[in-house]
Structures are given as C-alpha cells and as structure tokens.
Design a protein around this ligand. Structure first.
Ligand SMILES: Cc1cc2nc3c(=O)[nH]c(=O)nc-3n(C[C@H](O)[C@H](O)[C@H](O)COP(=O)(O)O)c2cc1C
Length: 310
C-alpha cells in the first residue's frame, strides 16, 4: 500500500492536510490542545477579532435546531491589542499555520486590523469576515454588496501582504458576484460559507429562543447550501483558492466539499459535540485515499461529476 499525500495548496500557503478549524469554534486553541496535537490540523482559523473589545450579545445566545444550531454570540472577543499580546503568541508558536480572522464595522476598521496584524511573526494569512453589518450603510452586511465587499477587502490588501481569504455570507442572491468583487479587490481566496441568518421561537413563551431575536444557523442543516456555494464559485472563478465550510462533521463531508471544488475544509459546529471531529476526519481521509486511484487529495478537488444526472 503506497503512501498518500494529504497536502493542499491555498494560494501561496501549503497545508499538510485540508482540514482546518472554523472561526469562532476553536476558542484560542489552548483548550483544544488538551484533546489532540494541534499539528494534526491543516490550519487554525481563529475567532474574529475586532478593534475594540466586545462583550457580545446578551444570553441566551445559542439554540439547538433540527440538524443545526443558531448562535448570536455577537463577536465576543478581547479586542485586537489584548488578543495580539495575550492569545496569539502561544498559537503562532505551535506547529500549525494560523489564519487570523478579523471583523470590522467600517472598511477603515478592516484596514486598521490588518495593519496591526501585518507584522506579527508567524501568521500565515488573514480571513476577513465580511459577514458583518456595515455601520456606514444602515447596518447592511458588507458581503451582501459588491461595493462594500470591495471596500473592506481593498482596505486590507492595501496595507498587508499576507494572503487574504474573504469570508462570505450565503444570504445573497448570487454569491459568485460577491466572490468576484472580493478577488478583484485583492483577496487571495474565499471562505464559503458563514452562517445563514435564522430565527426560532419558543411557542410556550412566544418569544424568540435567542435574546437577539435572530442568529446564525450552522451545522449539518446548512451543508447543502455550502456545497452549492462552493460548487458555484469554483465554476465561476476558475482556480481561486476556496476554504469550504458549513455543516462538515466527518471525513465523508470533507470529501463532499473537496469534490465540489474546495481546496481546504473547515469544521466548526461539529467540534462542540465532538472535539476529536477534526483528527478523526484527517484519519478518515488517509484511509479513504488509500483505496483510490489518486494518491494525492489535491487531485480529488472538483471531481464531482455534475454532468451526470441521477
Ligand atoms: C458559536 C459560533 C461562533 C462563530 N464565530 C464566528 C466568528 O467569529 N467569525 C466567523 O467568521 N465565523 C464565525 N462562525 C461561523 C463559522 O466559522 C462557520 O462559518 C459556520 O458555523 C458554518 O460552519 P459549521 O456548520 O461547520 O459550524 C461562528 C459559528 C459558531 C457556531
């Protein structure tokens, strides 16, 4: 049985395997290091950090749904200064590429965050979470508009040479249009998808289950939406690096994303139920590949035969 190659390229980055953490689902990394060696991961994508510290939204902030979960955490984080001084140094010292996620309320804030991170030694890339309300445009999410997408991404690209991944929301009519705008503005690649905006109501109290009313839907319920988004963007944008995510739990789910066109795949919500979900998926990929003609997982990318009908 010959050796198999799990390594993948994400633009200029080389990951030892395609399975990475999803922003916001991995805390600062130290907690997970108790469960497994972080070098098992393709990369760590950190929780989105903002310019100022943020306490997040009031509880309840999570609600279980059928095959998924709603959350309205509200980007709780210590703010860029504390994060860079307190949390990041430990993580960049681990044997794993670190992709730092940033979130802003204005295009200028994205630029400020990128400036603060550009000289941090050991950082592999930035993920620019543009699924955030733009306070300069009536709170409309950046990634719902091509203009705001371009403004946020170019604010980052102008000040920072790190590879940039634009994290997009699926709550749009045409995600390929937004992906184009992000890449044209300087994004190296895209991360697809963030949560879908959802709502659940407790029929006893007649109140929303989340204090914020609405929240982001994640978990297996959204995987078909994510697979569709990855497939559409892969076909519309050719070779652009894609991190696929949304409901991936197992090795089979990771393969589904890769066959749809993802280069790497993030696992988020599944790690709350099973902290070992990522190492298990990596092991599963190795086993699966041993039974295939391809010797390298990179060769599997985009191989879903979408011409064939069932
Ligand atoms: C509790 C929680 C917190 C999250 N925080 C962030 C965040 O800070 N930044 C971000 O870009 N996405 C955040 N996300 C979205 C995830 O990174 C991911 O895009 C989404 O949950 C879909 O993947 P999943 O179904 O594997 O969780 C969060 C998701 C959850 C469930």
């Amino acid at each position: 049985m010959g050796e198999v190659d799990l390594s993948v390229r994400l633009g200029p980055l080389r990951l030892r395997n395609p399975v990475v953490t999803a922003s916001g689902c991995f805390a600062s990394g130290r907690e997970m290091a108790r469960f497994f060696d972080l070098s098992t991961l393709g990369a760590v994508v950190t929780k989105s950090v903002t310019v100022e510290p943020c306490a997040g939204l009031p509880p309840p902030r999570m609600a279980e749904t059928d095959s998924g979960m709603l959350n309205a955490i509200g980007l709780q984080n210590p703010g860029i200064d504390t994060w860079v001084e307190r949390d990041l140094p430990w993580l960049v010292d681990q044997d794993v590429p670190v992709i730092a996620s940033i979130a802003g309320k204005t295009a200028d804030e994205y630029g400020l965050l990128a400036k603060r991170l550009r000289d941090v030694p050991g950082l592999a890339a930035l993920e620019v979470n543009i699924s955030c309300p733009n306070v300069e445009d009536r709170g409309i999410v950046f990634a719902c508009r091509t203009g705001a997408t371009a403004a946020a991404i170019s604010a980052v690209a102008q000040v920072c040479d790190l590879p940039i991944f634009a994290k997009l929301t699926p709550d749009v009519a045409d995600i390929t249009e937004i992906a184009h705008a992000a890449v044209d503005a300087g994004a190296t690649g895209v991360s697809l998808i963030n949560t879908l905006l959802g709502m659940a109501i407790d029929v006893t109290t007649r109140r929303p289950k989340l204090a914020a009313g609405t929240g982001g839907l994640s978990g297996p319920a959204i995987r078909p939406v994510a697979i569709r988004a990855v497939h559409q963007v892969r076909h519309a944008l050719g070779d652009v690096p894609i991190i696929g995510l949304g409901g991936a739990c197992t090795c089979t789910d990771v393969l589904e994303f890769i066959m749809a066109g993802a280069d790497a795949v993030a696992i988020g919500t599944a790690t709350f139920a099973d902290p070992m979900a990522i190492p298990a998926a990596v092991e599963g990929l190795t086993r699966w590949l041993r039974g295939q003609e391809e010797r390298a997982i990179a060769q599997v990318r985009g191989t879903a035969d979408t011409e064939r009908t069932a």
